[in-house]
Design a protein around this ligand. Structure first.
Ligand code: ARG
Length: 561
């Protein structure tokens, strides 16, 4: 419908391209303002007329069309009123002609690497990591829906001097039993103890450096310990991923690039980009108003940035990516700007595809969130708490539904995911249980509940016929809902273009609102077979779109809740 109107306008407005017209054409906020509106302000200069006069002139010039009931100039706008039955027919037929509405083949033949989650071994998987995990997973789904091949990469923080410290601490104060029993918590406490003790004992630092140097040289005993710490940590991380239903294609952490950093150093040397600075080897980024990028420390060892440079070379060679996305907190902005600049200075074309995707902080409304011991908060505890709290709400509201545990899991996890994705990623997120679990708020559970409501209506109606009388779908609430449905493909593309899952989250909420309005205003399970069928079809389509939108966020939908 939009294309038709764009074409119609194109035939009269010659100084704008069809694309420009399409970009300007609006969908008014209220149906009485038309189904589409063209603001004439942009034409004022060219036409040497006031916008209302231009709108009137266009209204007079454009011939009546069989699919339009009215073309009306209102102020500086030209409003188009579409014949509603035709509009409904077109949207539904378009939906049905697509085996997976919202998907596209625009990404075919292109690969996107997404580096996300990437927690640090022997450290807790905290709510910040939860957010990169959730955002990264959603971007994976969004890009996949558009036909891209996506490689999901977990760049584990599993290398660096901290492991030297941990090995020393373990050897001095640790025990196998405690580490086995308490996992990451114990490793973290050993690490803290190292720092406490090292304050009055300088020898400890040297010992730790030696332990890490031993690791880098391939010392078996040191590496065995390191590997064990890593396995223990991974086991805990994977528990979180399992709760979230998330998987990775690659767990190539920082240690994976250990033997691949020389190559970067050589390339930089060949290009004459490496300079010495206080014993370290760096790439000067002065011309770009950034501090130098350190590539090798005084003792020749690599650092975080070196391993990221090596990772880019590896990924570019292995996957020939169109884009490589990095989802981390904003505090790493400079790090990625430096690393990307170095790749650009190397003259590598893959530099163009490197994108840092920062996100805001997560803070807690009340400090009283459950944690095992001390003040650290584990993502796993948050997820489990959410499931538990959801189970109590279900127990209170609807204790007789089947598969209660499964539903509590879907909704409890979904609430956390939605809370992380509903606002633009750069905004800070406040973690507030009452808000995010409110079944009537702007929450995941609300949208899931809307899905369950649609499912329940369909169960009551039973079989639907494909023979739809579209003239029965012309109520304002039905048309508004159809318009929302129609936006889905554009929403997915927009979310990908902006690396912004919130676009999809907001959309799911808009569809849910439009559906609930339709549900209130238009009785669905009526006597009249044709009316029941037409409305039932709209419910079925809405249900699919809500499910598919939430799926893009990484959420599942219960049939009852
Ligand atoms: N391990 C890092 C952290 O926890 C994130 C790693 C992000 N990815 C990367 N390629 N640097 O902050």
């Amino acid at each position: 419908m939009k294309d038709r109107i764009v074409n119609l306008l194109s035939s009269k407005i010659t100084n704008l391209s069809a694309e420009e017209i399409s970009g300007i054409l609006e969908i008014p906020p209220r149906p009485d303002m038309g189904d589409f509106a063209f603001p004439c302000f942009r034409l004022a200069k060219e036409y040497r007329m006031a916008p209302p006069a231009i709108a009137q002139q266009l209204a007079d010039e454009i011939e009546p069309q069989d699919y339009l009931s009215e073309i009306k100039a209102v102020g500086g706008f030209l409003n188009f009123y579409v014949k509603k039955d035709q509009y409904a027919a077109q949207i539904i037929e378009n939906f049905k002609s697509n085996s997976s509405f919202g998907s596209s083949s625009m990404g075919e033949g292109q690969t996107v690497c997404i580096d996300y989650s990437s927690p640090n071994v022997a450290k807790n998987f905290h709510i910040g990591h939860l957010r990169t995990t959730i955002i990264g997973n959603s971007l994976y789904k969004i890009f996949s829906k558009l036909g891209y091949k996506v490689v999901r990469i977990n760049h584990l923080g599993d290398w660096g001097t901290q492991f030297g410290k941990l090995i020393v601490a373990y050897r001095r104060w640790g025990s196998k039993e405690e580490v086995e029993k308490r996992g990451i918590q114990e490793l973290m406490e050993l690490y803290v103890k190292f720092h406490d003790e090292a304050r009055d004992n300088e020898a400890l630092e040297n010992e730790a450096r030696a332990a890490f140097a031993a690791m880098e040289k391939g010392d078996e005993e040191a590496l065995e310990l390191w590997k064990w710490f890593k396995d223990i940590s991974l086991k805990e991380f994977i528990r979180v991923y399992d709760l979230l239903g998330i998987d990775f294609d690659e767990y190539a952490g920082e240690s994976f690039y250990m033997d691949k950093t020389d190559k970067v150093v050589n390339m930089l040397t060949e290009k004459g980009l490496l300079v010495e600075s206080q014993g370290a080897m760096v790439v000067s980024l002065e011309d770009y108003d950034m501090p130098p990028c350190i590539v090798a420390k005084k003792d020749g060892s690599s650092i975080y940035a070196t391993r990221d440079l090596a990772a880019i070379l590896y990924r570019s060679e292995t996957y020939n990516f169109t884009k490589c996305l990095y989802v981390t907190g904003q505090e790493q902005k400079l790090h990625f700007a430096q690393v990307f600049k170095v790749i650009e200075l190397l003259g590598l074309p893959c530099a163009e595809g490197l994108v840092h995707i920062p996100y805001g902080l997560v803070s807690l409304k009340d400090g009283k969130m459950s944690s095992r011991e001390g003040n650290v908060i584990f993502a796993e505890d948050i997820l489990k708490d959410s499931i538990g709290k959801t189970a109590s709400i279900i127990e209170e509201k609807n204790p007789n539904i089947p598969d209660k545990d499964e539903v509590a899991k879907m909704v409890g996890i979904g609430a956390i995911i939605f809370n992380d994705l509903y606002n633009q990623r750069i905004k800070d997120v406040v973690f507030d249980w009452d808000k995010l679990l409110n079944f009537d708020g702007e929450t995941g559970p609300y949208v899931q509940y809307t899905y369950a409501r649609a499912s329940s209506v369909l169960r009551k109606i039973g079989e639907l016929s494909e023979d739809i009388d579209y003239s029965l779908l012309t109520d304002d609430a039905a048309i508004s809902l159809l318009k929302e449905i129609d936006r889905f493909p554009a929403v997915v593309k927009d979310a990908a273009a902006r690396y912004e899952p919130s676009v999809v989250a907001r959309y799911s909420m808009d569809v849910a609102h439009a559906f609930n309005k339709f549900y209130q205003e238009c009785q669905i399970n009526v006597e009249d077979t044709a009316l029941r069928n037409a409305r039932g079809q709209l419910v079925a389509i809405t249900r699919t779109v809500i499910r598919d939108a939430l799926e893009l966020l990484g959420m599942e939908c219960p049939e009852q809740m």
